[in-house]
Design a protein around this ligand. Structure first.
Ligand code: SF4
Length: 405
């Protein structure tokens, strides 16, 4: 499928030549900006008012709580104004880690954020997102693999274990559950079954290399309740990505998988592991051009860490590279020059400003043994989610917080 984006009138329009049926199709870009974004954003903000009104009796609290939300946003994004939103399957996304407007999950999520201002009667989301490893198996051998200590070891947890875990996570209030691994696409039937049985209170996401993500697989995942997919893609050149992932079809599956996910109305993000030997103006622009041409909605920047295969390695990005990345992040997201490009999510950009919000505070990582860890990079297991005293372990984790920062 080749696609190109052109501006027709004031709407971004994608012209798609799908090789499978040879038909040129025209459809509106899911990346919205300008007056269309302003209109949806205005309606979304009206929803925020109504949520605040329903939570607090005192009118002063309505304004204080909304000011609190505005300040929270500013602490992450600085003075920049929102330029783009993503529309997928009749929902509108402000960011990758915010549920789509306007369903009950979105409303509960906003209520939970307001809870930080003042307690209310809403049943809140305690965690923004939890990464849940459903297998240790993986056909790839990535240069950086953060899960190398578990890679291809025997899986321990069973389907009924995972059902208990998801029930517990939902009872605790988890807004997003991200299936991860290993390669979770090796367990597609398990994911389908878990999503079908879960209460409709949580968005499910998948972190994958794209391996085996055929159109049929994407269709099954979507119909089981999947919201979106992160696909690892570490270079815009096929040979470089395959070499980094030590797998000859890694690029093929990343691109094919992204196209199949898009066809099936899933939110799609490319996830890029940032290394000093990759970061340059030309490489980042080449990467963003590829992401735009494929039509993915988001690009996630994650700086490489000294864990897994990179343990004991010097992975920190140079100050010049960080400066370049932060300036490109701001230009692509908040200037008028890249309105038809995917939105960039850059975790370390936010962390440098507001600190780490995982580590049992807003999120955590549960490995394939059920161990509770600060995040998928920091494997400092504190207790097990299947133990009776798991709530005490969660309490201990949130007190310890991020073991690195
Ligand atoms: S990083 Fe992910 S895809 Fe790569 S080898 Fe490790 S588990 Fe597999």
């Amino acid at each position: 499928m080749n696609s190109q984006v052109s501006l027709i009138g004031k709407k971004n329009v994608i012209l798609t030549n799908d090789r499978e049926d040879g038909v040129v199709k025209k459809f509106e870009s899911p990346i919205i900006s300008g007056w269309r974004k302003n209109w949806i954003h205005f309606k979304l903000k009206t929803t925020l008012f109504f949520i605040a009104f329903s939570l607090f009796k005192n009118p002063l609290d309505w304004f204080k709580s909304l000011v609190f939300l505005i300040q929270l946003r500013k602490s992450f994004f600085g003075p920049f104004r929102l330029k783009k939103m993503i529309r997928v399957d009749k929902k509108y996304y402000l960011s990758l880690y915010t549920p789509g407007w306007n369903d009950n999950i979105f409303k509960r999520f906003i209520g939970s954020e307001l809870l930080n201002f003042k307690s209310n009667d809403v049943n809140p989301y305690r965690y923004n997102h939890v990464q849940l490893a459903i297998t240790n198996k993986c056909p790839l051998q990535c240069e950086h693999c953060y899960a190398s200590e578990f890679l291809n070891k025997r899986d321990k947890l069973t389907e009924s274990d995972f059902k208990i875990i998801i029930e517990r996570l939902q009872d605790l209030g988890v807004c997003q559950i991200h299936f991860t691994g290993g390669e979770p696409m090796l367990k597609i039937s398990l994911m389908e079954s878990l999503m079908k049985e879960a209460k409709e209170e949580t968005n499910f996401w998948l972190n994958t290399s794209g391996f085996g993500l055929t159109n049929e697989a994407a269709k099954k995942l979507k119909s089981s309740g999947l919201t979106g997919i992160f696909i690892s893609l570490d270079h815009f050149e096929e040979s470089s990505h395959n070499a980094f992932r030590n797998y000859k079809d890694a690029y093929y599956w990343a691109i094919k998988g992204a196209r199949n996910a898009l066809k099936n109305d899933l939110v799609v993000a490319f996830s890029l592991c940032l290394r000093n030997d990759f970061v340059s103006n030309n490489n980042l622009k080449g990467y963003m051009n590829l992401a735009k041409n494929i039509g993915v909605h988001y690009v996630q920047f994650i700086e490489s860490k000294p864990v897994g295969n990179y343990k004991d390695k010097q992975t920190a990005l140079s100050p010049d590279n960080i400066e370049l990345l932060e300036s490109l992040y701001e230009a692509y997201n908040f200037s008028n020059n890249y309105l038809d490009y995917p939105v960039i999510t850059y975790h370390e950009y936010y962390q440098r400003r507001v600190g780490c919000f995982l580590g049992g505070k807003k999120g955590m990582y549960i490995d394939q043994y059920g161990n509770i860890n600060a995040c998928s990079f920091c494997h400092n297991a504190i207790g097990n989610i299947l133990d009776e005293d798991y709530k005490e372990s969660l309490q201990a984790l949130s007190q310890t917080g991020c073991p690195v920062n």
